[in-house]
Design a protein around this ligand. Structure first.
Ligand code: TMP
Length: 209
């Protein structure tokens, strides 16, 4: 009988510095001989990537935004995440449902009941095995974004108070996650952050062995 793979997600406000930590995690898992599927949300399938370009570019009602995030997620789960986990692969995903809680409930003000109904509908039995939440003050994240890229999307152009609400919602979700979400202080030097991330992933590897 094959063993279900493990599902690791990465979260944080825009500019928190997820990308290099995702690369380090994938390298570690592959070095251990595991098959890794690396993906992102919204996105990860041709249709979900189309939904991503719409949702990152076009202004819309906050509930439309939440529905499109979950529509893209349903597709991603069906075509990529669920088959990979069933094969025994490890899935490393840049954002998942915690982002909807943080951005749409915390940032935009979507009703918590609506969020829970959608989460229950789209993945009633699945949660990540481990979520690394990169926590940084929005001022530092904005500085990093300004140094990083010329083009910004609809979310990255939001004001500081939006990111304060998103950050607070992430921390609130972490507090209720019974240890699933590991909060990493990402304002520290990158090497220190990577060491903490790889230690967290290493604990999951030990549990899975
Ligand atoms: P990225 O820049 O990390 O690729 O994410 C794209 C943007 O989409 C980011 O600003 C966060 C936002 N987002 C949501 O608002 N809700 C969600 O459910 C997801 C997955 C992303």
């Amino acid at each position: 009988m094959s063993v279900r793979g493990r599902f690791i997600t990465f979260e944080g406000i825009d500019g928190a510095g997820k990308s290099s930590q995702i690369a380090a995690t994938v390298d570690l898992l592959r070095a251990r001989g595991l098959t890794v599927v690396q993906s992102r949300e919204p996105g990860g399938t041709p249709l979900a990537e189309k939904l991503r370009s719409i949702v990152l570019a076009d202004p819309m009602h906050l509930e439309t935004e939440a529905l499109l995030m979950f529509a893209a997620r349903r597709e991603h789960l069906a075509l990529v995440i669920e088959p990979a986990l069933a094969r025994g692969d490890w899935v490393v995903c840049d954002r998942f449902t915690d982002a909807t809680y943080a951005y749409q409930v915390g940032g935009r003000g979507l009703g918590d009941d609506k969020f829970r109904a959608l989460e229950q509908w789209v993945h009633p039995h699945l949660q990540p095995d481990l979520t690394l939440l990169f926590d940084v003050p929005p001022a530092l994240a904005a500085e990093r974004l300004a140094n990083g890229r010329a083009e910004t999307d609809r979310f990255e152009r939001e004001q500081r108070d939006f990111f304060e609400r998103v950050r607070a919602a992430y921390l609130q979700r972490a507090a209720g996650s019974a240890g699933r979400i590991l909060v990493v202080d990402a304002s520290r030097p990158i090497g220190t952050v990577t060491a903490e991330v790889l230690a967290g992933v290493g604990r999951l590897l030990d549990l899975a062995a």
